[in-house]
Ligand binder design. Sequence first.
Ligand code: SF4
Length: 470
Amino acid sequence: MTEQTLARPAAPAAPKIGFVSLGCPKALTDSELILTQLRAEGYETSKTFEGADLVIVNTCGFIDDAVKESLDTIGEALAANGKVIVTGCLGAKGGADTGAAAGTDGNLVRRMHPSVLAVTGPHATNEVMDAVHRHSPKPHDPFIDLVPAHGIKLTPRHYAYLKISEGCNHRCSFCIIPSMRGDLVSRPIGDVLGEAQRLFEAGVKELLVISQDTSAYGVDVKFRTGFWDGRPVKTHMTDLCERLAELAATHGAWVRLHYVYPYPHVDQILPLMAGGGILPYLDVPLQHSHPDVLRRMKRPASGEKNLERLQRWRELCPEIVVRSTFIAGFPGETEAEFEHLLGFMRDAQIDRAGSFAYSPVEGATANDLPGMLPPELREERRARFMSVAEEVSAAKLRQRIGATMQVLVDSAPAMGRKGGVGRTYADAPEIDGHVKLLAPEKASKTLKVGEFTRVKIVGTQGHDLVGQPV
Ligand code: SF4
């Protein structure tokens, strides 16, 4: 055989796919799966609409603003490129896409933008790839780049989201996620732990566990026993957390839990938090405190005594930080019910609280409840709630002054010689505050993105802390 016949033929130019990812962290993991598959098949990705062979838009359909942003982005991609595939939550709105002409299909995206090539709902990597193959056939190059074992991630290399389930068994009256994403489907525990291990091995220093209801993990499969690393392990939140804590410890990394409901079994996680295996941080979307409002919202764990449960968590793990979100001005909310919420916020000392003025979402059953409040009142209550929440949160931040804390560095230009930005266990990326890092006093001390450093907290600035690396 001559050298000539062994030489690699010139590879066909790989099609370029533009990609826009809108929406929540759950949508981000869908984007990562699609991008990983594209790369595995030899496609390239393009940062601009103009330079791409086609564009994929991963949409969000949760609230009306997100719907508008998604529809606008689809319109921009169509104007600039012309070939657009739509996926994500908005794609599931108003019925499945049948590809029918404008006006004859219930699918919202199809009605607004009849010329899109294809529309899918969330978690539809295979359908998206089928549409990509139809409209921009994949290159037949056996020498395609290998995908890194951990896939393609959209988050910075040092933190990553780990999605443990899809869908939700609850039917909160303000939410349409179950109608878009279906009932809870837990990923097999072996797959979840395998992915966590690959991420840690790839250098991830903070793993963010996400789902619609992390505390419900395994309910759909009756907590079936799976296998990982040659050992039986139950598909259950507690078992998952124990194994994640072991894995994280061997890689010197953090594990943070999102979307946990205040069920009694969550108490079992607290010793792991107190021992440092899982970060003492709980993201518990409470939405309200008054039992009648919670009943009208049809919230999971609405019969639980949330204040007592939070107090118990603080006894088991005094350093725990609780993040939550609340809805102000829910239909029928009386002034007394709203004041109950303000009182709860003060008593529960929620460290990080976000709030929304109630916004009717098309298709949500809460829209039919009596007593819809005028938008100005909903907004006024949101503002009143936030001023109490900020007072609580600012006082809690001030208590940190003087403490020395471990900080994960997110940004450190010039090796951090002029300082940088990081986060403590109390700050989830993208939703909480930061630690503004001052320039290290010792010339030999450098800061690197994705590494931990000890920091003495010297002050606060709004939602953020200011710290001196030591
Ligand atoms: S728990 Fe409620 S708000 Fe959350 S996804 Fe399920 S139905 Fe929606």
